[in-house]
Ligand binder design. Structure first.
Ligand code: ATP
Length: 302
């Protein structure tokens, strides 16, 4: 378990992190959504103690804090950040990289071969990483962190440059790590992918971390059932509300209109769909509010 307590970071008089307090538990995947420049790297750097916050602290397992070098070494055995592609040494093989990580974290050596197999890296793992494609390098960086086998894993843009097959594969491995009790914190811009596996998702804005379930009550990410439509004019919306006055309708900055049909029976739902069809609305999607919808609500509004 990792706690961030009242973390504040100020750069050039600007609050990049503002009194951030949050608890991350074992066996959960945290999704972190942060448009460029909102403080995601700063947050990760504070967690790793690469940046000293102006206020607040990071607490591991209720007791460990970055109060001295000895504790830092202990915490870094428990918390790791996925390496960046620029951290790779071109002149040695992928397997050498995995061995180095395994010995640095003193993890079980069998994890190396298991991870190579799981990620389908056997055909190139013994070649120098200088010969790797971007996707291969990315998979290696991910594999290095998996091999380190720490309790908390921070991953910044883990899916960068990966094709859909590998995005899926890595998503499955993240879920497996969660089932092993790891805390996995993934910062990603792939919203559709993130919402498939993340247990809790936070948006970063103005130095704050907001859990998406708190953003728009009534349009909760997991529970509310909606009809999603595009190309709804103001007049059509007015007519719709005359016909269905009790229905909650919300048009997002991205042009999608959400019609809340939670609790509607098939008759009522049929009436809504018939109305839309009669008004030539053919792009109709039935489901929950998506993370993309919430992103639009939160970051693009007025
Ligand atoms: N050492 C620093 N000194 C001054 N300002 C900084 C410093 N580090 C970051 N910042 C500023 O803090 C803000 C957040 O930076 P940060 O690198 O955390 O963003 P980010 O969310 O990781 O962005 P990106 O996704 O583009 O990497 C930015 O406005 C950046 O200019």
């Amino acid at each position: 378990m990792m706690e961030l307590k009242n973390i504040g970071v100020r750069f050039s008089g600007r609050d990049v992190l503002k009194d951030v307090s949050v608890m991350f538990h074992s066996g959960e995947i945290i999704g972190l959504v942060a448009p460029n420049g909102t403080g995601k790297s700063t947050l990760m750097n504070v967690i790793m103690n690469y940046i000293n916050p102006n206020s607040g602290k990071v607490i591991l397992n209720d007791e460990l804090e970055y109060t001295n070098k000895k504790n830092e070494v202990k915490i870094h055995q428990l918390v790791s950040m996925m390496p960046d592609q620029s951290d790779l040494y071109n002149q040695i093989s992928g397997k050498e990289h995995l061995k180095i990580y395994s010995s640095m974290w003193n993890s079980q050596p069998k994890l190396i071969d298991e991870t190579i197999k799981e990620l389908g890296m056997s055909s190139y793992i013994n070649k120098n990483t200088g010969t790797y494609s971007l996707g291969m390098r990315q998979r290696l960086c991910f594999a290095m962190q998996i091999v380190s086998d720490t309790q908390v894993m921070l991953m910044d843009e883990v899916m960068n440059g990966l094709d859909p097959t590998h995005v899926e594969l890595i998503s499955q491995i993240l879920v497996k790590k969660k089932s092993e009790g790891k805390t996995v914190i993934v910062a990603s811009h792939l919203l559709e992918n993130l919402e498939k596996y993340a247990d809790r998702i936070f948006f970063m804005k103005n130095g704050e971390l907001i859990q998406v379930n708190d953003i728009s009550p009534g349009f909760d990410v997991r529970e509310i059932t909606t009809v999603r439509v595009t190309d709804v004019t103001d007049t059509l919306k007015e007519n719709f509300l005359k016909e269905f006055p009790k229905t909650n309708v919300q048009t997002l900055p991205n042009g999608t209109t959400l019609i809340d049909v939670q609790g509607y029976g098939s008759g009522e739902l049929g009436n809504v769909l018939a109305f839309l069809k009669a008004n030539h609305i053919t792009e109709v999607n039935f489901g929950k509010v998506t993370l993309g919808d919430l992103y639009s609500m939160y970051y693009q509004e007025g």
